[in-house]
Design a protein around this ligand. Structure first.
Ligand SMILES: [Fe+2]
Length: 224
């Protein structure tokens, strides 16, 4: 499930598209107390920096709730990647000549909360794993959208050096999303197989009951 963001990134970064972005985001930034595209870029960086730190903490929890070895391994690898994402964001801040700063991100807060709710409402097993995967994929899609936009902004600002750093993270977010899709599809097959077995067992149980009824015959009438 790959979001087709790169097309937009290329479109935005070329010719009049870049000018359009500047006009559009100069308008948007009024609400973010930023006065220009660089300001909006910086605000977005702070927000995703907060998001990555929050995700890192959440992932350490999620790993312990993953039922399957494969999901646990994928989340562990993503935990390690997320550490690199944080370091890269710090490099981008440094490249801009400012200190790294985290700004509360309501979107990431909500997405992480959803993951916690899924864990609290499910028992360990395939269903919980499916729930964790779906919640983490939502987080990945949010990150893909954010890093896609940040890459575009960096190029528009003439900071290809920063865009290259951000693109590395964007590629890793895509990879993590694809891996989660693979696991989810495998899990769905497992669930289907489990469901089939359960249906077969139910059928056998019904037949068994029917046979017992036939053997037992009608109830004896009251001796009275
Ligand atoms: Fe990330």
């Amino acid at each position: 499930m790959k979001i087709n963001i790169m097309k937009n990134v290329i479109k935005r970064s070329s010719g009049s598209g870049a000018e359009f972005s500047l006009i559009r985001y100069n308008h948007i930034t009024k609400n973010h107390q930023a006065t220009d595209l660089l300001g909006f870029f910086t605000e977005e960086l702070k927000s995703i920096y907060w998001g990555e730190i929050t995700l890192l903490r959440a992932l350490s929890e999620m790993i312990s709730y993953a039922g399957s070895y494969e999901l646990g391994t994928t989340l562990t690898l993503h935990y390690e990647s997320t550490q690199n994402h944080i370091t890269r964001l710090e490099d981008v801040f440094t490249g801009l000549g400012i200190k790294p700063e985290a700004k509360n991100c309501e979107a990431m807060k909500g997405l992480v909360k959803e993951t916690e709710e899924i864990i609290s409402k499910t028992e360990p097993g395939s269903i919980r794993d499916e729930g964790i995967i779906s919640a983490v994929q939502k987080i990945e899609h949010y990150e893909i959208a954010t890093y896609g936009t940040l890459c575009s902004f960096a190029r528009t600002l003439g900071r290809d050096d920063l865009a290259i750093i951000l693109q590395k993270t964007l590629d890793e977010e895509y990879d993590a999303d694809e891996k989660l899709t693979e696991i989810a599809e495998t899990k769905q097959f497992e669930l289907y197989d489990e469901g089939e077995k359960e249906r077969e067992t139910n059928k056998a149980a019904k037949t068994d009951l029917k046979d017992k009824d036939t053997l037992k015959g009608p109830l004896d009438p009251d001796p009275a």
